[in-house]
Design a protein around this ligand. Sequence first.
Ligand code: C2E
Ligand code: CA
Ligand code: CA
Ligand code: CA
Length: 277
Amino acid sequence: VKLNGKNDFMLFDPSMNEDIQRKASLEQDLKLAMKNKELELYYQPKFDLELNRYDGMEALVRWNHPVRGFIPPFEFIKIAEESNLIIELGTWILEKSCRFIMEYNRTHHSEYCVSVNVSTIQLLNENFEKTVLSILESTGLNPAYLELEITETVFMNSMDTAYEKLKFFKEKNINIALDDFGTGYSSLTYLKSLPITTVKLDKSFVDDITFNAISFGIVDNVIQIARSIGLIIVVEGVETNEQLQILKSLRCHKIQGYYFSKPVPEAELPLVLSQYH
Ligand code: C2E
Ligand code: CA
Ligand code: CA
Ligand code: CA
């Protein structure tokens, strides 16, 4: 039996069993990974087009498995979410990124903001607010240097809870970004009623912005509307100078993408950031 792709076996048991087994063993391994320091945070800088310099970075988790090698985050984050490990993992990620940015800013005399991805399950957990506040307190990080990146799935089933929680964070001066905007059901009109500070437009729109008039039109609209209601607009997945120039002409606030830098380990950040400061 040859297993060379996810779509090869839709009807037979072997691959399904393997899937379930892989999942179960990854779940075990993930618990150990947190203990054994196989997890690492990478950081991808965010470029401010108005200030013409980097103003912050997004923390992105990496798992280097001793046997299986590199496991992409979308795979193990999903497993962590299904097993509730996401609470412990998410807390670890938040703690580590806050501590890192605090120390980085102190030693480099900089004022970078760190953006941390927060899983929907994590946000809706009843202890989440307490966890965030206690991390801010123990690290000493100014809340204005923290941004929580959430996705619209938080609004699907628990609009009221999500709304209250985000409002709480916003009142504490913590930034809230709505990630992957445009990929789900979120409409521009409801943006203005949400307690958020930033919208991150999904990479899929920028991919064909140079040759697809519809994508161009959507990006143009999202940017102008976001600006008009006082939200910061970040476009992610920018890979070419051509895309960058278009976004600049549309008055997009911030850009994230391989054009500037891939996510890099802590040690490489000073060099990357020194290119535009
Ligand atoms: P995301 O939050 O939308 O993160 C952006 C993803 O796009 C990252 O992939 C980043 O490396 C990639 N990216 C950035 N610029 C470019 C570009 O110019 N071209 C291309 N092709 N890709 C680009 P990554 O690190 O593999 O993360 C994938 C997803 O996994 C993230 O999507 C996020 O949903 C999740 N994730 C990653 N780290 C964390 C974490 O610490 N906590 C949680 N809850 N989820 C995380
Ligand atoms: Ca994100
Ligand atoms: Ca995103
Ligand atoms: Ca995404």
